[in-house]
Design a protein around this ligand. Sequence first.
Ligand code: SF4
Length: 469
Amino acid sequence: MCGIFAITDHPETAELSNLGLFALQHRGQESAGIVTTHKGELFAHVGMGLVSEVFSRTLLATLTGRTAIGHVRYSTTGASHLKNAQPLVFKNIHGPMAIAHNGNLTNAMEVRAKLEKRGAIFQSSTDSEVIVHLIARHQGPVEDAIIESLRQIEGAYSLLFLTPEKLIAARDPYGFRPLILGQIGKSYVFASETSALNIIKAQVVREVEPGEIIIVEGGKLRSVKPFKPVRPARCVFEQVYFARPDSNIFGRNVQAVRRDLGRALAREMQGIKADIVVPVPDSGVSAALGFSDVSKIPFEMALVRSHYVSRTFIKPTQELRELAAELKLAPVVDTLKGKRIVLIDDSIVRGTTSRKITKSLRAAGVREIHMAISSPPIVSPCYYGIDTPRAGELIANRQSIDEIRKFLDVDSLHYLTLEGMLKAAGAGDPEGYCTACFTKVYPTPIPDYQTAEPAKASGDQGPEHQSLM
Ligand code: SF4
């Protein structure tokens, strides 16, 4: 759960990076950073908090240079500390270098243990630093060192590297996380989502392909594909929940995909009797619109989200998250009283937030609640960078659909089928997705987590793996 951004050879590189990161803020709110390069040196500023809290005009003016990379972070490995904030900046035999990483490696602990045995000293607890150490151990041109390092890691990565001479973008062979290439004038732009390109008025060129490495040097762009091709495993959850609705990722507009997911859900629930369709804002809005299109049941914004809940309440602890849920959503009693409603959301993780919502709906006098989820039950954790909790905390991992229905106190509970979700999301390529959190079928080896899982099941979080969703 991170966002990355880069721009080459532009006179306002720090300002545009700041804007780009702002448009990726939904991908991470714990820390933000920008690194620029000028006359053989790197200039960095990273800090804890939102982009608007980390960067001021004055500060941006100190980030000299025409090329930059930036990062917003939401930790999936490594604790929420400044030392783990990215971009990470380091110096090795290749000179100064910065790295920004979106995704999660699945063999980082294994590789780290081997490196530490050989004397490597790590500064942070992020999986991304493993890549830094691997690069430092390879001689020769920096892109060869990067390629050789990436051959040794498993899992999900969309990466940006900055050196005084080059900007290098890399996407893992499975293409778990999105990475978009754009252009503004003669400058190249890379971003996790098109929302960051749109805000700076850059044109979308294309997606960086799975397994592709793009090198920008001296204003010219080169592409290499050094890895053996594999079947892509794009994260379907990016489209279901995580990416911004105005972004286009994996070849489709996210809002349109979510609306199609809602349409598919309505077709699967044909015959449901209800007076209104109510989304859980903001996550269920697009799917509820699609559901209403097909079912012809009127759409009503009968839950109102407060956008003024202090950031104090979105800190990543379960207790604060639960408090925030109560403060954030208010039922519109006049619209809901005595009604039969279809309540739409994109997913149920622990079930605790949904339970609070249904409780407040009952208190508002709703007669029947038919809960409809625009994805299948989440039964297994994500190890590729979306922050789901460990298996034991996922309600669908330990309870049947009817047990969940009873827990949520709803009259009926419907999940979109896997086939329905892939067809709606896939637009011609339903095969090219990762669905591991719904199916337990992981597209890559997960050595770090295979050993960590017994500890997780007994209530131990494992090595600094946080559950923040
Ligand atoms: S496990 Fe789920 S959330 Fe993680 S990459 Fe796969 S589809 Fe996405």
